[in-house]
Design a protein around this ligand. Structure first.
Ligand code: PLP
Length: 366
């Protein structure tokens, strides 16, 4: 039985990465076993949510954790937490923000396609600076009694118009306002789990369905106890703005198991394996007169994680765009990342066994 075949759905080769469009990552069997086990009993969702959050905080060695249905849900829930402080009447009032400080400050160059999750809570997004410039004085100038939070996107840190997060935290602290960091795809390095908390950020958002390799529809907010309590007040199963971003017991338990495996994983070895895979891909594609091949790390901001070695393919006979489009039209479609006149293959979601077949298909299209 092949469940996808029955539906007429194609199975693809994911040389792109932990991108939701291509279904993120695959879960370890042990995560799936834990989810199956969780599915066999009735429990109080609120209790599982709270106790699993506590367990995850212990495993990651952070103050507190709130489990969400993804990093984008985390963006909405942190905004709701910042506006309501967890006050129940306010929680129920959203997205009507009457009587609340309801502005989220964000650097203009930190805008992403995910931050639509901010205004859906009722919060108003207020941009600071231009795409190529901003400074800490402009940020301080923008703070008023309407300010509820600062929203910082980790992957936009290297942008020209960004500002040092330490300076931002210092200024926001002065006004007793929380700094939220969207670090959804910043793993590896595993040290990034604590990096922003150590710098003093109040809430840091991660995807559970990216390198943590938990259920696709899971995520985490890590942070200070008082803010995580405010997040929980705005989260399923509470009636709140977070209620439509529901998370079931199987997903919660799956995420706990994934994090257990994640913290005991040897990432030095894993990074080395990815290097070997990219080396193998490069050697299979090289010297065929069809493309210029190199390996390297991404340098353009917004491409995460940065420390996984990729293979870059510059086609010589067709445009990269044409090759990209032909690859996704194959009977077994191959997804890569299109970057200017190069295709980029990220080994993060590939298996060693797929490499030969993938490279043969790429050579045919080239
Ligand atoms: C992937 C990503 C998200 C969304 O994460 P989900 O877990 O899929 O909701 C949000 N922000 C950034 C920067 C991301 O890379």
């Amino acid at each position: 039985m092949d469940i996808y075949h029955e539906l007429g759905v194609k199975k693809i080769i994911n040389g792109w990465g932990t991108i939701t469009k291509v279904s993120g990552t695959l879960m370890d069997e042990r995560v799936l076993d834990a989810m199956k086990e969780a599915s066999k009993h009735y429990v109080l969702v609120e209790e599982v949510h709270a106790k699993a959050g506590k367990r995850i905080a212990e495993l990651l060695d952070v103050e507190a954790a709130c489990i969400t249905s993804g990093a984008a849900a985390g963006i909405a829930i942190t905004a709701a937490a910042a506006m309501t402080n967890g006050n129940k009447a306010r929680v129920l009032q959203l997205p009507d923000t009457t009587g609340m400080a309801d502005e989220a400050l964000i650097l203009k160059c930190h805008r992403t396609l995910y931050d639509q999750a901010l205004p859906m809570t009722g919060i108003k997004v207020r941009e600071v600076g231009t795409t190529s410039f901003a400074d800490i004085e402009q940020i301080e100038q923008a703070i008023s009694d309407k300010t509820a939070m600062f929203f910082f996107v980790a992957e936009a840190e290297p942008m020209r118009g960004s500002v040092d997060i330490k300076k931002i935290i210092n200024v926001l602290n002065k006004y007793n306002l929380p700094v939220v960091v969207d670090a959804a795809a910043e793993i590896p390095a595993t040290s990034n789990i604590k990096k922003y908390l150590k710098l003093g950020a109040d809430m840091v958002i991660f995807s559970g369905g990216k390198e943590i390799r938990g259920p696709q529809a899971s995520g985490l907010i890590l942070g200070k106890k008082r803010w995580i309590e405010a997040c929980n007040a705005n989260c399923c199963p509470q009636y709140s703005i977070g209620r439509p971003m529901k998370i079931d017991k199987e997903t919660i338990i799956g995420l706990v198991k994934a994090i257990e495996l994640f913290v005991s994983k040897d990432y030095e070895r894993q990074l080395h394996q990815w290097e070997e895979m990219s080396g193998k891909i490069a050697s299979l594609l090289k010297n065929k007169g069809l493309a210029e091949i190199r390996t390297g790390y991404p340098t353009e901001p917004g491409i995460q994680p940065v420390n996984i070695l990729r293979t870059y393919i510059k086609p010589l006979r067709k445009t990269a765009e044409k090759v990209f489009n032909e690859l996704i039209e194959l009977p077994t479609p191959i997804y890569s990342h299109l970057n200017g006149n190069e295709l980029v293959i990220n080994p993060q979601c590939l298996t060693v066994g797929e490499i030969e077949f993938m490279c043969q298909s790429i050579l045919k299209v080239l």
